[in-house]
Design a protein around this ligand. Structure first.
Ligand SMILES: Cc1cc2nc3c(=O)[nH]c(=O)nc-3n(C[C@H](O)[C@H](O)[C@H](O)COP(=O)(O)OP(=O)(O)OC[C@H]3O[C@@H](n4cnc5c(N)ncnc54)[C@H](O)[C@@H]3O)c2cc1C
Length: 332
């Protein structure tokens, strides 16, 4: 009798066994996946998810792996990588539907890289994704975590999202209107469970002068170069803090008052004030340049990163009385 992998390989010849996941995430950390498959179109994605559901194979879909900390223990099941190669998509004027005065709608596959979307929208003069310049990752990952930067986020332009919902008995295709996606700062209904597979997103965009857009994108890229450290990481480890802090702290930390008035306290500020920049466990280090980044200096273990995350949460809690929460998703 064929085992599970042989059955999988029979239908999806590109499926592989015992694949190291460290090469599939920007942290370059992670153990081995029992089974592994890269897919590039939604039909194949749907087919493999259905197959695994029927054959009792646990699945987890990743995009570019730029917001993930993967356990050194790896994954017992099938990792599906859903992303296109850079430069592999072509968006044209015909891809857009005019739905109002100067307002357009476009459906994009979740496998598209943000970098491709930004550059193609720019060359066609459709505005709405300029904030995403310089952010690694796919649309699927960005919708899942409601990615954003400089005061904008992907949910600003979302109209609806097409997903596969994995249930106990069946896999169903659903269309979620924006309100049903429950987008909040760096989260959505999709982030809270791995039962949602994002197939595509439909976005509302407006036409804009290309020269103005180009200047905006260049400004954002310039800001990012100075702001974010170089090295293997998964971007910001923690979400910024949006609730109240004890006002007694304002005397010692006047910046806290300013941040509170603006409604957002950067996690990096809190970690920096705990004097944790540069702290190292094994090959994992809190970046000396940006306190909300943990860098893999070479051979960091997932455990070392988790220990740093624990240390940060504990120290920030002791000093400021608040609990900061992870933005990075842990797969383990
Ligand atoms: C240097 C650096 C800078 C960054 N800067 C920013 C920033 O400014 N703003 C920001 O918001 N983020 C930033 N990030 C984080 C990251 O790039 C984004 O969150 C990105 O959108 C994640 O996309 P991904 O394809 O890499 O997702 P992955 O890391 O592959 O996955 C993240 C989560 O999304 C899920 N997922 C992925 N694809 C799908 C799908 N099709 N269906 C269902 N679930 C899916 C995965 O299961 C996982 O839970 C940065 C990361 C790095 C390394």
């Amino acid at each position: 009798m064929m085992d599970k992998f042989e059955k999988l390989k029979n239908i999806f010849p590109a499926a592989r066994k015992d694949v190291s996941l460290r090469d599939y995430c920007t942290f370059r950390i992670g153990g081995v996946a029992d089974y592994f498959l890269e897919v590039e179109n939604s039909d194949e994605l749907e087919k493999v998810i259905l197959f695994c559901s029927k054959n009792d194979i646990k699945t987890y879909v990743i995009g570019a792996g730029s917001n993930l900390l993967i356990s050194d223990m790896g994954f017992k099941g099938l990792i599906v990588v859903y992303r296109r190669k850079y430069g592999d998509i072509k968006i044209t004027e015909n891809s857009f539907e005019l739905i109002g005065e100067d307002v357009f709608k476009i459906e994009l596959d979740a496998s598209f890289l943000l970098a491709d979307v930004v550059s193609q929208f720019l060359s066609l003069g459709f505005s709405g994704f300029e904030w995403a310049a310089g952010i690694p990752g796919t649309l699927g990952g960005a919708i899942n975590g409601n990615a954003g930067a400089f005061g904008s986020s992907i949910s600003d332009n979302i109209y609806e999202v097409d997903v596969l919902k994995i249930g106990k008995e069946e896999v169903k295709k659903n269309r979620y209107k924006k309100v049903a996606c429950k987008f909040v700062y760096r989260s959505s209904v999709f982030k809270t469970s791995s039962d949602y597979i994002i197939l595509s997103g439909t976005f509302i965009l407006r036409k804009k002068d290309k020269k103005i857009m180009k200047d905006e994108v260049n400004n954002i890229l310039k800001k990012r170069i100075g702001k974010y450290p170089i090295g293997f990481s998964a971007g910001s480890v923690f979400k910024n803090y949006e609730k109240e802090v004890d006002k007694k702290l304002f005397k010692k930390y006047p910046e806290l008052k300013e941040y509170t008035e603006k409604g957002v306290i950067p996690a990096g500020y809190l970690i920096e004030k705990c004097n944790l920049k540069g702290t190292r466990i094994g090959d994992a280090q809190i970046s000396p340049d940006h306190a909300n980044f943990i860098i893999n200096l070479g051979k960091a273990k997932s455990d070392s990163v988790l220990k740093l995350i624990f240390l940060i949460k504990k120290t920030v809690k002791e000093k400021f009385g608040i609990l900061i929460k992870e933005e990075v998703k842990y797969l383990g």
